[in-house]
Design a protein around this ligand. Structure first.
Ligand SMILES: [Zn+2]
Ligand SMILES: [Zn+2]
Length: 245
C-alpha cells in the first residue's frame, strides 16, 4: 500500500492491486499526477477522492482534478457543504458518509473518524485492504484517545508532525496564528506526534510516514530524530520512519 507525498500541500495516494484512492487534493494537477506515478499508478486509475477537511491546502486542486478525472468525492455532510462553498463544486459531486461508518470503494474498506481541528467536521481515515490497514491523520490538534485507538489498528500510517515548538515560537508568525497552531484544534508538534506514536503504535505497525511538516517552523531532520528517539525509548526502533510532506 504505497503512499506518496512531498513538501508542500496535501495529496496522498493509497494503492493496492492497481486500484487507487486519493486522500485530499491540495497540490497542482501535475504534482498530483507525479505523486500517483511515484505510487506506481496512473492518475487516471484513481477511483475516488477522500477529503479530510475544507482547509485550502487540502482541497485547492480538487476542482481541476475532477475536471480531468470524473470520480466521486467522499466527505461527510458538513465538510461537503464547506468544500462546495469554497470550490464551487456541485453537491452532486459528493458521496456523503457518516463518521465512524465503514464504506467500500476501489476495493478498500474505508473508515472515516473524527479528529480535533478547526473546521466544521474534520476526519482522518483508516483504509484497509487484504494487504493491511493504513492510518491517515493530518491536522490533529490534540493527541486524543479516540484517534489513538484508530492508530493502534494500523500496519502503516501517515501522521502529522507539524512543527517544532521552539521554531514556531521564535518564528515571525503572529501571536494569534501561533496560538491557533498550538491550540487543541490546531496541529501536532514533533513531540506530540512522537509521544502519540510511541503510546498508541501496536505490534502491527511497520511503517510510519511523517507528514504536514511546516516549511517555516520545522526541519525534516528534527522531526525524524524526535520520532526515532522516542520510538527507540519505547522499544520500537523496528518501525521504519520517513518524511513524506
Ligand atoms: Zn487544516
Ligand atoms: Zn492542513
Amino acid at each position: 500500500m504505497p503512499i506518496a507525498s512531498s513538501s508542500s500541500g496535501n495529496a496522498y495516494v493509497v494503492e493496492n492491486d492497481g486500484r487507487a484512492l486519493l486522500i485530499d487534493c491540495g497540490v497542482p494537477l501535475k504534482e498530483v499526477e507525479s505523486r500517483c506515478l511515484e505510487a506506481g499508478v496512473d492518475a487516471g486509475s484513481v477511483e475516488g477522492v477522500l477529503v479530510t477537511h475544507n482547509h485550502s491546502d487540502h482541497i485547492s486542486c480538487l476542482r481541476p482534478f475532477l475536471r480531468r478525472h470524473d470520480v466521486p468525492v467522499y466527505a461527510n455532510a458538513l465538510t461537503a457543504d464547506a468544500v462546495a462553498a469554497a470550490t464551487g463544486l456541485d453537491a452532486g459531486a459528493f458521496v456523503i458518509f457518516e463518521n465512524g461508518q465503514v464504506f467500500e470503494t476501489a476495493g478498500f474498506d474505508v473508515r472515516p473518524f473524527s479528529i480535533p481541528h478547526d473546521t466544521p467536521d474534520p476526519v482522518g481515515y483508516l483504509v484497509s485492504s487484504h494487504d493491511g490497514t493504513y492510518f491517515h491523520g493530518t491536522d490533529i490538534g490534540s493527541p486524543v484517545e479516540s484517534v489513538g485507538r484508530m492508530f493502534s489498528l494500523a500496519d502503516e500510517a501517515t501522521l502529522e508532525s507539524n512543527h517544532d515548538v521552539e521554531l514556531l515560537l521564535g518564528s515571525g508568525r503572529s501571536e494569534t496564528l501561533k496560538r491557533r497552531i498550538l491550540g487543541p484544534r490546531g496541529h501536532l508538534s514533533n513531540d506530540d506526534a512522537a509521544d502519540f506514536a510511541a503510546h498508541y503504535a501496536s505490534a502491527r505497525l511497520k511503517r510510519l510516514h511523517l507528514a504536514h511538516l511546516s516549511g517555516e517552523c520545522n526541519v525534516p531532520r528534527i522531526a525524524l530524530k524526535t520520532m526515532a528517539e522516542t520510538l527507540a525509548r519505547a522499544g520500537r526502533a523496528d518501525i521504519e520512519i520517513d518524511v513524506i510532506g
